[in-house]
Structure formats: structure tokens, C-alpha cells
Design a protein around this ligand. Structure first.
Ligand SMILES: Cc1ncc(COP(=O)(O)O)c(C=O)c1O
Length: 315
């Protein structure tokens, strides 16, 4: 279905639109309403991105951050948040709560990254926890940007298909409390639709910031090709393939969790997303290097689930 949409849009010799076709932006707004509990999002406040990694990397620069400004990111995090701060010449600081920072540092915070569900820990922030960080950031006049690319992959209490609660978005009315001011949500089709190769993602939120971003990205040539915009529009309107993709991950998860536990690993967090955050109470290099003996016969029996490492630590 997605490939058919891409092919049908292949005759696209003109420049595509940076802000996104009206059809795509309406599909994103409908998706936020249907899947994320965010009704009434104005399609004006939505823009496609060339995958979300480029946005994560360039956002601090495009927002005008500079030396002396602080970007806060989760303590265990996807590395591109720090890269983005570095590109802008800003400082990056790891914290999960802005109260962890001293007063002088708090005064310099301009951007706060939230990543729920998180890579790599799989932790999920509930609406109350998101609301808390939004309130803290608003007090400081900082923008909160929420990278939500694993939102459709909740397990256990966050597994909607098994009676769980949907993972909340930063734009959820319970979190945003009546205004999207200072808030941006970043989402990607790389995981839910297995579309990493298409570079298909979007950002939505604060009207003034979005207008500014569209403008600067026009001048920087950061445009999603029209056939990909069409593929995204169609993918966002279809929930069946997202369910099939999730079921694939569910099957793998149900097989690998008991295998890792038999190997002697303890799984932490991992409440949503693709990853299992597992430790054996020892240096991870020892665990993946195969020197581990704990778990005896069952550990040896499951050792093929762990990648072998050579002495330099590369696969
Ligand atoms: C937390 C997080 N953010 C962003 C991305 C980037 O996704 P993409 O650039 O494929 O949209 C990833 C990919 O692994 C990720 O784990």
C-alpha cells in the first residue's frame, strides 16, 4: 500500500513543499486525534521532516541556540540530542527533572528533550510526569521537544491492544494544559511503519515556532520529496499495517524476554519500544563478550542470542 502510494506519486519533477502538502498535514492532524489523544491540531502547525534524526540534530541551531545556552536531555539517551546541542555551540546536560539543575544552570536552559517511550531504556512517562516537566520548562521559558517515535509500541500497561493506556503525547490536553506554546512533538514512521528507508517523519506544535521552522528550513533546503510525502499520507491513514508491525515485535519480544531471563539477565523498564534494557549486574562488555559463567547450563543454552564481540569491542 505504501509502495503503491510512492509509485503513484513518482512523476514529481517540481520542487516539493517544505511545509508539507495540505493532504499530508491533514492526515497527521487526523492521526494525532485518532491515535494520540490530541484533537483539533491545526494543520498549519505541522511539518514533515527528512526522518526525525535530522530534526533532532538541527533543531537547536534552527531555534537560534548558541554558546552559553543549555540543552537538557534524558540521562540515558539517544546520542543525537547532544550532537544537536554541539552543532549549535550550546551546552548539553543530562537530567530527567529540571529540579536536578542548580539555579544558575536552570536560568540558561532553552531546550528540554523528552523521549518517551525512551531509547534505549524503554521507560515511559505518564501524563503527570510529562505535565511536571512542561510546567518546569515553561517557568524557565524553555521549549520542550518530545521525541515520541516509539509511541505506538507500548507493552504491558501501555499496550492499547491488550487493554492498556495509550502512551501520552506532549501535545495531549492533559499535559499541555490548554496551549501548545513552547511544545513540539516529533514523530517518525521509521518504527511504526518500518519506513526508515523512506526518511518519513514530522514535527508539530507551537504555532510561532512552527512558522519560524518552516521558514528557515525553506532557506536551508530541508524538504521531504513529494513521493515520500504521499507515501506518508497514505501510511498515516492506515492502522492495520501498524498493528501487523507491532505484532511482529510482540512475537519477538515474547520469545526473547524468557530467553534473556534464563541467560541470567534482569530486564529493566522496557515498557515500550523496540529495546530490552537488560543487565547481569556486571560490566556489559563481560556479558556480551561471552566470559560470563553465571546461569550455567541455561546460560550456555541461550548464548546465541548475544552478539559475539572481538577483542576491540566491535562486532
Ligand atoms: C529516540 C529516537 N529518535 C529519533 C530516531 C530517528 O528516527 P528516524 O530518523 O528514522 O526518523 C531514532 C531512531 O532510532 C530514535 O531511536
Amino acid at each position: 500500500m505504501v509502495q503503491a502510494a510512492l509509485r503513484a506519486a513518482a512523476n514529481a519533477p517540481g520542487y516539493p513543499t517544505v511545509r508539507g502538502t495540505p493532504g499530508l498535514r491533514e492526515a497527521v492532524a487526523a492521526w494525532f486525534d485518532r491515535r494520540r489523544g490530541v484533537p483539533g491540531l491545526d494543520p498549519q502547525d505541522i511539518m514533515p521532516t527528512v526522518g526525525s534524526k535530522e530534526l533532532v540534530a538541527w533543531l537547536p541551531f534552527l531555534l537560534g541556540l548558541k554558546a552559553g545556552d543549555v540543552v537538557v536531555r534524558p540521562t540515558v539517551a539517544y546520542p543525537t540530542y547532544d550532537i544537536g546541542a554541539t552543532f549549535a555551540g550550546a551546552e548539553h546536560i543530562a537530567a530527567d527533572d529540571l529540579d536536578e539543575l542548580d539555579a544558575a544552570t536552570r536560568a540558561r536552559v532553552r531546550l528540554v528533550w523528552v523521549n518517551s517511550p525512551a531509547n534505549p531504556t524503554g521507560s515511559v512517562r505518564d501524563a503527570e510526569s510529562l505535565r511536571r516537566i512542561v510546567r518546569q520548562a515553561r517557568e524557565l521559558g524553555a521549549v520542550v521537544v518530545s521525541d515520541e517515535c516509539y509511541a505506538e509500541l507500548g507493552w504491558g500497561e501501555w499496550d492499547v491492544q491488550r487493554g492498556g493506556t495509550p502512551v501520552p503525547s506532549i501535545l495531549d490536553p492533559l499535559v499541555a494544559e490548554g496551549s501548545h506554546e513552547g511544545l513540539l512533538a516529533v514523530y517518525s514512521l521509521s518504527k511504526q511503519s518500518n519506513l526508515a528507508g523512506y526518511r518519513a517523519a514530522f514535527v508539530a506544535g507551537d504555532a510561532a515556532i512552527m512558522a519560524n521552522l518552516v521558514n528557515s528550513r525553506k532557506h536551508a533546503g530541508m524538504i521531504v520529496p513529494y513521493p515520500v510525502q504521499e507515501a506518508m499520507r497514505v501510511a498515516l491513514g492506515d492502522d492495520a499495517h501498524v498493528q501487523a508491525q507491532k505484532d511482529l515485535y510482540r512475537g519477538r519480544r515474547e520469545r526473547i524476554v524468557p530467553a534473556l531471563e534464563r541467560f541470567g539477565l534482569t530486564i529493566h523498564e522496557s515498557r515500550a519500544g523496540l529495546y530490552l534494557w537488560a543487565t547481569a549486574g556486571e560490566a556489559t562488555w563481560d556479558t556480551v563478550g561471552g566470559s560470563r559463567t553465571a546461569g550455567s547450563s541455561s546460560a550456555r543454552g541461550c548464548s546465541t542470542v548475544m552478539p559475539a564481540m572481538d577483542s576491540s569491542g566491535s562486532r
